[in-house]
Design a protein around this ligand. Sequence first.
Ligand code: KG4
Ligand code: ZN
Length: 339
Amino acid sequence: MASSLLTLAIETSCDETSVAVLHGEREVLVNLVSSQAELHREYGGVVPELAARRHLETLNPLIEEALAESGVGLGQIGLVAVTIGPGLVVALVIGLAAAKSLAYALDVPLVGVNHLEGHVYANLLAYPEVKLPLIVLVVSGGHTLLTVLDEQGDFRTLGETLDDATGEAFDKVAAYLDLGYPGGPVIDRLAKSGSPDAYALPRALLRRRDYDFSLSGVKTAVIYLVEELRRQKEEFSIPDLCASFQAAVFEVQVEKAFRASRELGVPRLALAGGVAANSYLRARFEERSAAEGKEFYSPPPALCTDNAAMIATLGYYHAGNKRPEADPYSLEPEPGLSM
Ligand code: KG4
Ligand code: ZN
């Protein structure tokens, strides 16, 4: 790939509209994210039709803004990358339609990108020195899985959640406690002044030898615990509850990630996805890595949550690997795409 190639990337898989322009392999000229969190707040979760409409209204102006801010003319774009899934089908089609039109009008290659793999590539974007193989815990609003990036573009999934995704469990617990939406960042903040040992909550599948996770039990345990405390008219501390919930969820994830590192002989680990922004999770990974002499990577928070820069990075790599679609106009959204 030309080291001066300019990639324009579009991300509309869920409730963030994002446009990035990447110069070469990793120089992010601009990475604009327009969040719809405010729009969905009153519903306590993302409403697909509202998300789609907002993407439609936001995307074109955002593309113009990204070009203006980066000082790049449309005619200079050499590659268009777009998220094809997983995500909300009604949201994905908006990004895809725009990407197809742009690539057609500019007569440049178009490449479809897996959103989850994009989250992993945020690490390669942020840390040029990272070597492979790399064990990655992908934790987002829609997914929770443990994977190994063996070589560029080559993922091997070790295990995943059997029910809720981590971000989803955070959002549901926060909604139950009336803490607002999205719940992850609120729980993270409140937990800082709480004790992780205050309430005993289940560590699901901790002792099982596989790499799967289960989040619905701990979420339900929090709800039952609060109902019981309320029934008995006992005072309880929200910060303690948040800290105990986080500790229960992440203890299992940290244990399994480091067990995978040992068993597979891979001395480096990374976090990816929106929940990777969690300060408690990062701290536990940092501690364990230092204690076991392992390398640990975690993208800066702006690259953890949904953004188009990560999509541009993986798109650039795919294009170098001759993966633009033979007929890019046949690209369809793949809402259930896995890694
Ligand atoms: O990756 P992402 O931006 O969107 C999806 O692809 O799902 O992840 C969004 C999820 C939300 O559930 C949000 O509550 C969670 O990431 N999240 C966090 C934190 N920041 C965002 N969860 C825990 N702690 C955080 N600091
Ligand atoms: Zn995501």
